[in-house]
Ligand binder design. Structure first.
Ligand SMILES: Cc1ncc(COP(=O)(O)O)c(C=O)c1O
Length: 149
């Protein structure tokens, strides 16, 4: 039977297993690889400064510096974003980098944070020392009373 006579294949929403493997893997990998490689380059070069500037301004696809964006990290973040059904995702090299970045990005002087007393030591130090120094009020409730939150 010719292909055009076949009914269209049913489209299924990809499940978590499929997303874990394929989300963020839309671009062809170099050398006909089937998965995005681990790109260890710190910086990325372009044929001329104009192209580099276009990428830097976000007007052309690409990466400039791996601490900001990197093909491997982008694929990982897109997997997390799609698995979580989130608007976007970002990743960090350590737990404390994620926690401190989140707190110091969103909190401004005069804000109040409410959490539990028994957080990880580094997190507790931010709550008890660093945030009060930035005029952020921190209220930590007994951990077994987290219902108070
Ligand atoms: C609950 C919790 N938060 C934060 C951290 C800090 O993570 P990292 O050591 O990657 O900075 C840890 C580490 O064990 C943790 O258990």
């Amino acid at each position: 039977m010719p292909d055009e006579d076949l009914p269209p294949a049913p489209r299924r929403t990809p499940g978590p297993g499929t997303l874990s493997v394929w989300a963020g893997e839309d671009e062809p990998a170099p050398g006909a690889g089937t998965q995005v490689p681990i790109v260890r380059s710190v910086a990325f070069g372009y044929r001329d400064v104009a192209q580099w500037e276009a990428v830097g301004r976000g007007e052309a696809p690409g990466d400039i510096y791996s601490r900001n964006t990197n093909p491997t990290v982008r694929a990982f973040e897109q997997k997390i974003q799609q698995l979580e059904g989130a608007e976007s995702a970002t990743s960090f090299a350590s737990g404390m980098a994620a926690i401190s970045n989140t707190l110091f990005t969103f909190l401004t002087p005069g804000d109040r944070v409410v959490s539990i007393q028994d957080t990880y030591g580094g997190t507790n130090k931010i709550f008890l020392e660093f945030l009060p120094r930035q005029s952020v009020e921190v209220a930590l409730c007994p951990t077994d009373k987290s219902g108070w939150l």
